[in-house]
Design a protein around this ligand. Structure first.
Ligand SMILES: [Zn+2]
Length: 304
């Protein structure tokens, strides 16, 4: 099956009209790198109890296309689930679970849970580290609560951001990719997490003079630059403003306690903004390869 590369809702609805269309797409993704039985890792399968089931030729384990994926036990129905994933991935600002519930006529809890699962697949794989001119800084996010957009609500969360500066096709400096991580404090140990996950040792990194970065100079090539309240890092600070604006604008009416997941969602789209026609396919691929999670597991994440 060819990758679906449509970016309009009409193209989407032309391609996916039944549950079977979605099942076939998931099955294709699952088999893209060959079959492996989830019970015994055997590499050959035969016909299962239904057309979208694969039965292991060795142990006989018969599993549906959705088994072992984030689509497992999806109560919304696959067609709706696919359309929500499509809307969230191609819309520049995504959609809040409140908007989704209204538009798709489902309970907010169902929309919230499905969106949380989509966000799970939007986590960075950490495989494509930033390696050129990188800038890193921290910022505070918080105080969003129902009815009080942007108002401080006591505790704020600290986030560290890394951006890579690249030249666009007109030779103008712009942001290539970016990553964010929620951290407990601005100590070297906490800051190191984003370096470990997203910054290659050969990158040339610019930070402000904060001493938390000093010990990291052992493993990364770091230069200090005066921040001057953000003026020393104009691009980075525009990016921070955009993130904050997005969190406030689209999500002030809903929960923002899962800040890391929201930041992952933001950057999943941001880092693929030049590849809009493959973003939905990429998301479905990641959702098929990700392990299933339940409402309970997501709630547990909240409490840790
Ligand atoms: Zn098996």
């Amino acid at each position: 099956m060819h990758m679906f590369s449509g970016i309009s809702i009409n193209e989407f609805r032309g391609k996916f009209t039944t549950e079977d269309d979605c099942l076939r797409y998931i099955l294709d993704k699952k088999l893209a790198d060959g079959y492996s039985c989830s019970k015994c890792q055997h590499g050959q399968y035969g016909k299962g109890r239904k057309w979208h089931y694969l039965r292991c030729k060795k142990c006989g384990y018969d599993a549906s296309a959705t088994a072992g994926t984030l689509f497992h036990k999806c109560k919304l129905g696959l067609l709706k689930a696919f359309e929500i994933a499509f809307r969230i991935s191609v819309r520049k600002k995504g959609m809040s679970s409140c908007e989704l519930a209204k538009e798709f006529g489902c309970q907010q809890r169902s929309a919230w849970l499905w969106k949380a699962k989509i966000q799970e697949a939007m986590k960075s794989s950490g495989k494509h580290a930033l390696s050129g001119d990188v800038e890193v800084d921290e910022f505070l996010v918080g105080g969003f609560s129902a009815g009080q957009p942007g108002r401080s609500h006591g505790s704020k969360d600290l986030v560290v951001l890394a951006i890579e500066k690249v030249k666009d096709k007109n030779d103008k400096i712009t942001i290539g990719r970016a990553y964010c991580r929620v951290i407990d404090d601005a100590s070297a140990d906490s800051l190191k997490k984003i370096f470990d996950e997203h910054i290659a040792p050969q990158a040339s990194v610019k930070t402000d003079g904060w001493r938390g970065y000093w010990p990291l100079g052992k493993d990364w090539n770091i230069t200090k630059e005066k921040s001057d309240k953000g003026a020393g890092f104009p691009m980075l600070h525009i990016h921070i403003m955009n993130i904050k604006g997005w969190l406030r604008g689209v999500h002030h009416q809903c929960e923002t306690h899962r800040l890391q997941q929201y930041l992952d969602e933001y950057h999943f789209r941001f880092n693929r903004r030049g590849f809009l026609s493959s973003i939905f396919d990429k998301l479905i691929t990641k959702m098929t390869l990700a392990k299933p999670i339940s409402y309970k597991m997501i709630k547990c994440e909240l409490n840790t």
